[in-house]
Design a protein around this ligand. Structure first.
Ligand code: HEC
Ligand code: HEC
Ligand code: HEC
Ligand code: HEC
Length: 153
């Protein structure tokens, strides 16, 4: 290979690296609930009947503009302050509402491996308290409420 060919090959490699890195920012570790449906369809259907599945739309009850106030949106979407989580409705509409990954953590690795050690199997009270804070939900009762997260069974 001559020198020109080598530098073209090197340039191509660099460009592909940049493309991969850029992709990782948008398509991060959060995949959205539709990626879970293939294997957990009953739970997905049950979850859809809960208030969590409507949490983004419900922001409007206190005014349409609330859907673009970060201080409100934060607890009504998936992973807003996390890498690869909700940014806004233009970039990440599929991560609106309080979905599976808001409690179970980012799901990409588990979707690929189907291994239970790649996902949080039993989100504890601390997982809820990120949003059900003292200020927001004073009488939050983990034991009673955690039975309702996948819908009534
Ligand atoms: C391709 C199939 C598949 C997909 C897609 C999938 N899972 Fe799973 N999931 C499994 C299997 C299989 C198990 C059981 C693994 C075991 O018993 O070791 C499991 C187990 C789990 C568990 C229980 C883990 C435990 O410790 O008991 C949770 C929680 C879970 N999945 C959540 C999710 C979420 C959230 C998504 C979407 C982001 C998802 N899964 C997508 C196949 C899948
Ligand atoms: C710290 C997390 C958090 C923040 C920030 C937050 N919410 Fe919520 N929101 C919750 C939780 C948890 C619930 C459910 C428990 C409850 O009803 O108090 C809820 C419930 C709601 C509901 C449904 C209650 C009903 O009418 O049935 C609306 C509407 C709402 N929030 C709007 C807002 C608006 C508007 C803002 C910004 C001013 C906001 N939220 C900020 C966590 C939060
Ligand atoms: C609001 C929090 C929350 C949301 C949202 C949520 N889960 Fe769970 N999930 C839990 C908790 C808590 C448990 C443990 C229940 C127990 O064993 O007491 C659990 C258990 C599980 C399990 C293992 C036990 C079982 O019931 O089979 C699977 C699988 C699972 N969730 C999948 C999902 C999927 C898929 C979604 C989205 C459609 C989802 N979860 C949404 C909190 C949540
Ligand atoms: C990302 C933020 C977030 C997390 C994490 C979260 N919730 Fe919620 N939860 C909300 C919001 C927002 C609502 C209100 C939805 C609405 O009415 O639009 C809500 C509503 C509920 C409701 C229905 C209203 C009520 O108070 O009865 C239950 C039950 C509930 N959450 C249980 C849980 C449990 C249990 C966990 C942890 C395993 C959890 N949530 C984790 C944000 C969250």
């Amino acid at each position: 290979m001559n020198r020109l060919m080598l530098s073209i090959a090197a340039a191509c490699f660099l460009v592909s690296l940049i493309a991969v890195t850029a992709g990782a920012e948008i398509f991060g570790d959060y995949v959205g609930y539709t990626a879970c449906a293939e294997c957990h369809s009953d739970i997905v259907e049950g979850w859809k009947s809960t208030p969590h599945a409507n949490a983004f739309e419900d922001l409007k009850r206190q005014g349409e503009e609330k859907q673009s106030v970060p201080g409100c949106v934060r607890c009504h979407v998936v992973g807003m302050d996390e890498d690869g989580g909700f940014i806004d409705m233009e970039l990440t509409p599929e991560l609106r509402d309080v979905q599976c990954e808001a409690c179970h953590g980012p799901g990409r690795a588990h979707v690929e491996s189907q291994d239970s050690k790649d996902i949080l199997g039993k989100p504890g009270e601390d997982a809820c308290r990120v949003c059900h804070t003292e200020g927001q939900d004073k009488n939050f009762d983990y034991k009673a409420k955690s039975r309702l997260v996948h819908g009534e069974k």
